[in-house]
Design a protein around this ligand. Structure first.
Ligand SMILES: Cc1cc2nc3c(=O)[nH]c(=O)nc-3n(C[C@H](O)[C@H](O)[C@H](O)COP(=O)(O)OP(=O)(O)OC[C@H]3O[C@@H](n4cnc5c(N)ncnc54)[C@H](O)[C@@H]3O)c2cc1C
Ligand code: FES
Length: 357
């Protein structure tokens, strides 16, 4: 069930001109539910103009730091991010689901690994959690963060990153790439694109010896960095992605085809949630599995509805679906039968989908 819990805002700090960092506190009885893995996010819900919106924000605290924080950057005209930056006050209550997400690798205190991180803009938030946790729990490992921003004023968590660098000299380094400001060394100005990666890998960052790389930022940046890393020999399964927003909106629901739907285009689906199985009929050319579940009054979990966050993940037990887009599930999850229900349309006549697995 998509259960939400109250979180009290205990502090709001302005981080840059257009971003804030919220410190949140669960009710004492919910504390364990908000234990998190580094790199995970919280999904909040709030009603704006009569419509419930859900938005995800990455946790930006170390796993054992004992605090829960998120950093929210204003998006032009955006509902939740403007509300958080301009209206939210300490003492207010927000509602959030338990932490979720897979933007991490399991840590091993005896490993001496080399990690690379590539962040663009607000994409740095999960790195605060990943870097702090990795440095604390893998004492032999090193982390290099390449962080692209438009200008120095837009750098989120600037002081905190400096502080981490000073506390972990030799184990943590950060390379700032600024678009609109000339740096003493050309290498550090411009966009974090393929060409910039090649220059960095030639002159500053040893991509070839990295064990894992994490990328979070605008989609074109993520694709360019991933291509550059692969060209230097890093295997695709060693590269972890977190996308905040897809540049391609989810495919429309194909309404004309839906009108023309024939009896043989109906899939008899069973949706399992909280141990209860519910039978629904889904037009193969119409709504997604998630929309069908919600229409059947099931409290199915979701957030972005754009194939980005994986909150709507479920497992296909029988039958087959086609996903419009998938930015969130890894290949191994898809092979095991996991789907993003917000992007999935049945192609078989029968389908069994389980949200509990
Ligand atoms: C897993 C995950 C983790 C995330 N973590 C963070 C985080 O830590 N910090 C953070 O600030 N954001 C984060 N986001 C993005 C966040 O969830 C919202 O998408 C963002 O704050 C915009 O929401 P909004 O309601 O303000 O804007 P909306 O009202 O949804 O959108 C307004 C307009 O902005 C566009 N838009 C939406 N999101 C973005 C975006 N991220 N960048 C550029 N344009 C966009 C939309 O297409 C629309 O045109 C995360 C997203 C995901 C999926
Ligand atoms: S709701 Fe975000 S991927 Fe489906």
């Amino acid at each position: 069930m998509a259960q939400f819990y109250p979180l009290r805002v205990t502090d709001i700090k302005r981080d840059t001109r257009d971003s804030v960092v919220l410190t949140l506190e669960p009710q004492p009885e919910d504390k364990d539910k908000f234990a998190f893995i580094q790199g995970q996010y919280l999904t909040f819900r709030r009603t704006f103009d009569g419509e419930e919106l859900r938005r995800s924000y990455s946790i930006c605290a170390g796993r054992k730091e004992g605090i829960l924080r998120v950093g929210i950057k204003k998006v032009d005209g955006g509902w939740f991010s403007n509300f958080a930056n301009d209206e939210l006050k300490a003492g207010d209550i927000l509602e959030a689901m338990k932490p979720a997400g897979n933007f991490h690798v399991p840590l091993d205190p005896s490993s001496a690994r080399r990690y690379l991180g590539f962040a663009g803009g607000s994409g740095v938030t999960p790195f605060i959690s990943i870097i702090k946790t990795t440095l604390a729990e893998e004492p032999l490992s090193e982390f290099t963060l390449v962080y692209g921003n438009r200008s120095a004023g837009a750098i989120m968590f600037r002081e905190e990153l400096e502080d981490l660098k000073n506390r972990h000299m030799g184990r943590f380094s950060v390379v700032h790439i600024l678009e609109t400001e000339a740096a003493d060394i050309d290498l550090f100005s411009g966009r974090l694109d393929r060409e910039k990666c090649e220059q960095l890998f030639d002159r500053w960052v040893d991509a070839g010896s990295a064990d894992y790389a994490f990328i979070c930022g605008p989609e074109p940046m993520m694709l360019a960095v991933a291509d550059a890393l692969k060209a230097r020999g890093l295997a695709a399964n060693k590269i972890k992605f977190e996308l905040f927003a897809s540049s391609q909106p989810g495919k429309a629901r194909r309404p004309q085809e839906r009108v023309a739907a024939r009896a043989d285009s109906v899939c008899k689906a069973t949706i399992i949630m909280d141990g209860v199985a519910r039978e629904v009929e889904i037009d193969k050319h119409g709504e997604s599995v998630l929309e069908a579940a919600i229409a059947a009054r099931l409290d199915a979990p979701f957030a972005c509805k754009a194939g980005v966050c994986s909150t709507c993940r479920a497992k296909v037990i029988e039958g087959e679906v086609e996903m419009d887009q998938n930015y969130a599930l890894e290949d191994y999850e898809v092979k095991r039968g996991y789907i993003l229900t917000c992007q999935s349309h049945p192609v078989s006549d029968k389908l069994i989908v389980d949200y509990d697995q």
